[in-house]
Design a protein around this ligand. Structure first.
Ligand code: NAD
Length: 486
């Protein structure tokens, strides 16, 4: 069985305590790896190694040299593309094409794009008039923030981790990464890439483990950490924010969502069905930007529900590497129980079950996997738990609406504010809607179409701050203003 180690100061190491935990394959429930759990001693060693790296060769590199190295990281990921695809498929059970078209190439792109952003974004400068007429020149200087703790989730592990590590390193920081206990493989593999490319030791460190009382908590509470960037559940964000308050450390939070998809009667029908299908069911619904609340304008409501049902009933379950498979399992037995509890709640609360609602019949060799049926409901009030709470599963509730004003109110009546996808051919309506919906990311006639130079993040309970392009530089650097009297 694969033995997965921590990666500290350029070395793969176990843990002084000898503690290990099992990684289970979501597709069939078998144990596929044994993971070293970092204790306080390993977390401490990783943070110290990162601090030392900042004072060493890494800290002395010019921006160009640093960014060239990061281009090298991206190239090496691409060279080892198949290894990353295999590791991520083993960890998540998600289909091959999702890995090859999105999750792994975008992981590599995160190093290239942010290296280029750092080189090309200027700092501000102002000339200040002074009474003597000579004036003063102000300009901004960006410095790395220091040691960044990166706490990552399991749903798109490589993409979401590199989305933070790429800009953090491009800005000259050193990182200690705690991948999710559910998906340790690709982050560990990245350690091999860092060594191969010649990233100085201590710049990139990986510690494995859980949250409370384990590596996650030890890392976020460590006084040697200067800032914490976190993607995960809103409740975990609350715990991490408390830890960050000690020592006044900065945080960037990408949290949960309960995103609305809105389809107007004038939308291109087939594209809207396809878009909502992807947004609700890609990655078995385990996408923070996913759509669990769908609002469809009344004239096309029945036709839309029928078309989405047909799409959902056409998905092919199976092992990720099998050709033609486009639907995978949930990440864990625990998550499966959570999703199934919502399936039951929906029925208890009076939903009309359009399709799904249970566990699919799988062949014996996959019966131990974490499979659930993709599910659609209609007929629930907005107060129902499956309409209000993030389920993070392959399911959505569809409700009819009549007017723009009505659907804006429906979409906004939620504690989360991450993203929305709007389908219409009326440009004026699209602009009005985009301005009125209280979210960080609005997609019109698209979903999950990302330009990494743009702002990404959530409002309300979906997060704090923005990353992407220049916004990432704001988080991963400290700006000093230099004022020179002329
Ligand atoms: P999670 O919050 O359970 O775990 C995320 C990470 O935090 C894991 O590495 C975990 O070990 C760690 N952790 C847990 N408790 C901790 C603690 N007390 N201190 C420090 N670390 C701790 O989230 P998850 O279940 O892995 O991911 C799913 C969630 O992530 C969903 O809510 C989803 O919406 C959200 N998400 C948000 C975005 C976004 O961009 N907004 C993207 C992806 C996922």
């Amino acid at each position: 069985m694969r033995q997965v180690q921590n990666f500290i100061d350029g070395q793969f190491t176990g843990s002084a305590s000898g503690r290990r935990f099992d990684k289970v394959a979501p597709v069939d429930g078998t144990v596929i790896a044994s993971i070293a759990e970092a204790g306080a001693a390993e977390v401490d060693a990783a943070v110290l190694a990162a601090r030392a790296a900042l004072k060493g060769e890494w800290g002395r590199l010019g921006t160009d040299q640093r960014c060239d190295l990061l281009h090298g990281v991206a190239d090496e990921i691409t060279r080892r593309f198949d290894d990353f695809v295999a590791a991520e498929m083993a960890d998540t059970g998600q289909p091959h094409h999702v890995m090859t078209h999105a999750f792994i190439p975008r992981g590599a792109a995160n190093f290239k794009v942010f290296a280029d952003v750092v080189k090309n974004v200027p700092t501000e400068s102002f000339v200040l008039p002074t009474p003597d007429g000579a004036g003063a020149l102000n300009y901004g200087l960006r410095r790395p923030k220091g040691v960044i703790a990166v706490i990552a989730p399991w749903n798109a592990p490589f993409l979401l981790m590199t989305w933070k590590v790429g800009p953090a390193l491009a800005c000259g920081n050193a990182v200690v990464v705690k991948p999710s206990e559910e998906t340790p493989l690709t982050t560990t593999l990245l350690g091999e890439v860092m060594n191969k490319v010649g990233i100085p030791k201590g710049v990139f460190n990986v510690i494995h483990g859980f949250g409370p009382g384990s590596a996650g908590e030890f890392l976020t509470r460590h006084s040697g950490v200067d800032a914490i960037t976190f993607t995960g559940e809103t409740g975990t964000g609350t715990a991490i924010m408390k830890a960050a308050a000690e020592g006044i450390r900065d945080v960037s939070f990408e949290l949960g969502g309960k995103n609305a998809g809105i389809v107007f009667a004038d939308a291109d029908f087939d594209k809207a069905v396809d878009g909502i299908f992807r947004s609700a069911f890609l990655n078995t619904g385990q996408v923070c930007l996913g759509t669990e609340r769908v609002y469809v304008q009344r004239p096309i409501f029945d036709r839309f529900v029928a078309a989405l049902k047909a799409r959902v009933e056409g998905v092919t379950f199976g092992r990720p590497e099998t050709r033609g498979v486009d639907y995978g399992p949930l990440i864990s037995a625990e998550h499966k129980q959570k999703v199934l509890s919502y399936y039951k709640k929906a029925v208890d609360e009076g939903a009309t079950l359009v399709t799904g609602g249970g566990v699919p019949e799988m062949p014996a060799e996959l019966a131990g996997g974490h499979w659930v049926q993709p599910t659609i409901w209609t007929g629930l009030p907005e107060t129902a738990s499956v309409v209000r709470e993030e389920i993070f599963g392959p399911c959505c509730h569809i409700r009819p609406f009549d007017t723009e004003t009505e659907v804006i109110a429906l979409a906004n009546a939620n504690d989360y504010g991450l993203s929305t996808t709007i389908w219409t051919t009326n440009l004026a309506c699209a602009h009005r809607m985009a301005a009125a919906i209280e979210v960080g990311i609005v997609w019109v006639n698209s979903w999950f179409l990302r330009d990494l130079r743009t702002a990404f993040g959530g409002s309300k309970m979906s997060g704090i701050g923005r990353e992407g392009g220049v916004h990432s530089l704001e988080f991963y650097t400290e700006t000093s203003n230099v004022c020179i009297k002329l």
